[in-house]
Design a protein around this ligand. Structure first.
Ligand SMILES: *Cc1c(COP(=O)(O)O)cnc(C)c1O
Length: 226
């Protein structure tokens, strides 16, 4: 399957829904991103800061770059000037650093709170209590250069569809609760980023409006090859 065929197929599946497709281009060369760009794709996601910056520098400047992977505080400064959306705001300390770098760059940086929904040790994210503690804190109230625009979650890496679905349902429920309780007057809180290549249609059924799709567009990532 070509990139175009993969993109067309996925866009066709998403068409009946109001969903933003983030093409996850990590490990893939800039030429492939350019190929998708030429087909009209504008949202791309990367999980490593250095790779994101290198691609930003050589590719068209109207690409909307999403940082989807764990972000270290000391690397925020490299992406602060241009990043479109940080999906992985997972600690208060990180959000404070994004605030600082947003101010330095005279911009408001849109972020999603990454919520831990998986039944695994290895995934990053806040739990529900941490997220609510943050939203009721003065640190949150005082933010000027960070805008919290929604939530991101990653389901467990398992074959059990019922478990994955239950994790998506749980995140949607929490998203709805936060929207009512903390964001009633903030229309920018409107993004629920959940779903990857293996589960994006299920995520959409359960309320996702932003999917992060890598291998279903690009094929397998290089580092999976022997
Ligand atoms: C790599 C990655 C994806 C995309 O994974 P695929 O299974 O290739 O679609 C989505 N979200 C995050 C956070 C990722 O790191």
């Amino acid at each position: 399957m070509s990139l175009k065929e993969n993109l067309d197929r996925i866009k066709q599946q998403l068409a009946p829904h109001k969903v933003t497709l983030v093409a996850v281009s990590k490990t893939h060369p800039a030429e492939k991103i350019q190929e998708l760009y030429d087909l009209g794709q504008r949202h791309f996601g990367e999980n490593k800061v250095q790779e994101l910056v290198e691609k930003y520098e050589v590719l068209p400047k109207d690409i909307k770059w999403h940082l989807i992977g764990h972000l270290q505080t000391n690397k925020v400064k490299y992406i602060a000037p241009f990043v479109h959306l940080i999906h992985s705001a997972d600690t208060v300390k990180l959000i404070q650093e994004i605030e600082k770098q947003g101010a330095k760059n005279s911009r408001v940086i849109d972020c999603l709170l990454q919520i831990y929904i998986a039944n695994e040790e290895t995934k990053f994210g806040m739990d529900e209590a941490e997220a609510e503690a943050f939203l009721t804190s003065s640190i949150y109230a005082d933010l000027k250069n960070v805008r919290i625009c929604g939530l991101m979650g990653m389901a467990s890496n398992v074959d059990d569809e019922n478990q994955i679905r239950a994790e998506f349902v749980g995140l949607k429920k929490f998203y709805d609760k936060l929207k009512t309780q903390y964001f009633a007057n903030k229309p920018e809180f409107e993004i629920l980023s959940m779903g990857m290549s293996g589960d994006y249609m299920m995520a959409i059924e359960e309320g996702s409006n932003m999917v992060r799709v890598g291998s279903a567009i690009f094929g397998e990532r290089e580092y999976f090859k022997l």
